[in-house]
Write a protein that binds this ligand. Structure first.
Ligand SMILES: Cc1cc2nc3c(=O)[nH]c(=O)nc-3n(C[C@H](O)[C@H](O)[C@H](O)COP(=O)(O)OP(=O)(O)OC[C@H]3O[C@@H](n4cnc5c(N)ncnc54)[C@H](O)[C@@H]3O)c2cc1C
Length: 406
């Protein structure tokens, strides 16, 4: 079949989908309240050209435009001409059946919310498309009718890929397997066999595992964030003197290399990270031809509590446990200033030029074609490893730039 390309026929995109409705106000209420559409405009047209366009003479048409994500719909009410209702016996197999699919992030909540409105269901309840359907296996969907009988669908797509669970808490790569990873996977060089259990069997435990850092949000006697804990893996013998607490360092240096190696082999490293709070006096300046950092440590109570909390967790491991030495020490040290790694927020983004450098698209408030998409856009440090957020934001701003340059 010879299919013309988009450039051949000069089409570009779908601007909006129009729905003729009986009562614009009723539909406006439904689409904004039940489905979260945003109001864009409300106009009434009666011009002859417009009538010619619609093929309906002497019509006064009220058109309300609504937006969901990047998509627009137009609700059109013919104010002075009666409209025929959709046949009450209309079914999904009728030729005039067409529907809008509305993507939701949580089917159960969206469905519960929707059911508080007087909708007419088409599906009996949200349905999961069987895994055998290659294009849509695992997708959940629910079809229903709007107040005029237009067919709509809530649709939920399973996440294609989980990165780092709750990335607010983890910086390291803690990746959930995808649902397909539990199936037989045919590689070019061989076959990974099907797992005897599936993603759904692991799902609750994934969530539980990601809660390891729950005390990030504080404890009963300290209802403030304390920070997060990451395992740094093994300890290297040569790093012990450099990372030892200042008072211990001179003695550690005296330990012969072989014994230091044994010590390293029997040690576990932990990285504890507490959020550095925004402080206008903590800043980077150019002084002469040098970069000068002004920095005063803050939020120290939270950090101290986190260290004590984690040390007590480690101490609570029974000495009788396998691989635990009966005598353990828990030396701690702070990262020196020259080892800064998570600098954020030197060009904050925000809506107010008085308190931010960048607007929400990371364009400087003052210069039209200057964008900044590194970690400096953060309004505060967030207390979590920043890179995934920096990358996500760079992609988000890239999308904006591509649209702007179109
Ligand atoms: C030791 C260490 C470990 C870290 N571990 C983690 C971690 O596990 N997880 C995590 O999320 N984050 C981690 N970070 C933090 C993370 O690396 C940074 O937050 C992140 O890379 C910052 O990204 P960015 O794009 O803002 O800047 P950068 O990644 O620093 O990119 C800036 C780029 O600009 C270039 N550049 C500078 N000046 C100029 C110039 N004049 N002209 C042209 N190019 C220039 C630089 O060469 C560089 O490539 C770590 C940082 C360090 C130092």
């Amino acid at each position: 079949m010879n299919i013309p390309s988009q450039t051949d026929v000069q089409v570009q995109r779908i601007r909006a989908i129009g729905l003729t409705v009986m009562n614009c106000d009723r539909s406006l209420h439904f689409y904004t309240q039940a489905l979260g559409f945003k109001f864009v405009s409300d106009i009434t047209v009666a011009a002859e050209d417009y009538n010619d366009l619609e093929g309906v003479t002497r019509a006064n048409i009220r058109i309300i435009t609504l937006q969901l994500g990047d998509e627009l719909i137009e609700l059109m009410e013919y104010l002075n001409i009666p409209s025929q209702p959709i046949p009450s016996d209309s079914q999904s197999n009728d030729l005039w059946f067409q529907h809008l699919a509305i993507v939701v992030s949580d089917m159960d909540s969206a469905y519960t919310h929707l059911r508080s409105f007087p909708i007419q269901p088409i599906s009996t309840a949200p349905q999961t498309i069987p895994p055998g359907n290659e294009a849509s296996g695992g997708v959940r969907a629910f079809k229903f009718k709007d107040p005029d009988g237009h067919d709509l669908e809530l649709i939920w797509f399973p996440p294609g890929y989980w990165v780092s669970g709750n990335t607010k808490l983890y910086g390291a790569a803690l990746v959930r397997l995808r649902e397909r990873d539990f199936e037989k996977v045919i590689h070019k060089g061989g076959i990974s066999p099907e797992w005897p259990l599936k993603y759904q069997d692991f799902e609750p435990y994934y969530t539980q595992a990601e809660k390891l850092n729950d005390f990030y949000w504080g404890e009963p006697d300290f209802p403030y964030p304390m920070g997060m804990v990451q395992n740094t893996g093994n300890v290297l013998a040569d790093m012990i003197p450099a990372e030892a607490p200042p008072l211990m360092a001179p003695f550690v240096k005296l330990i012969p290399h072989f014994e230091r190696h044994l010590l390293a082999q029997r040690s576990v490293g932990w990285w504890l990270q507490t959020e550095d709070l925004p402080d206008p006096n903590n800043q980077i300046r150019v002084v002469g031809d040098k970069i000068h950092i002004d920095y005063t440590l803050n939020n120290t109570e939270a950090s101290d509590r986190l260290i004590h909390r984690w040390t007590s967790v480690l101490k609570s491991i029974p000495r009788s446990a396998k691989h635990v030495l009966p005598f353990s020490i828990y030396p701690r040290t702070h990262l020196p200033e020259q080892a800064v790694a998570h600098q954020c927020g030197s060009c904050r983004f925000g809506t107010d030029p008085q308190t931010s450098v960048l607007d929400l698209n990371c364009r400087t408030h003052d210069v039209d074609n200057l964008y900044v998409v590194d970690s400096s856009f953060f309004p505060s440090n967030s207390g979590a490893n920043p890179t995934l957020t920096i990358m996500a934001n760079a992609l988000r701003v890239g999308d904006h730039l591509a649209k702007r340059l179109r």
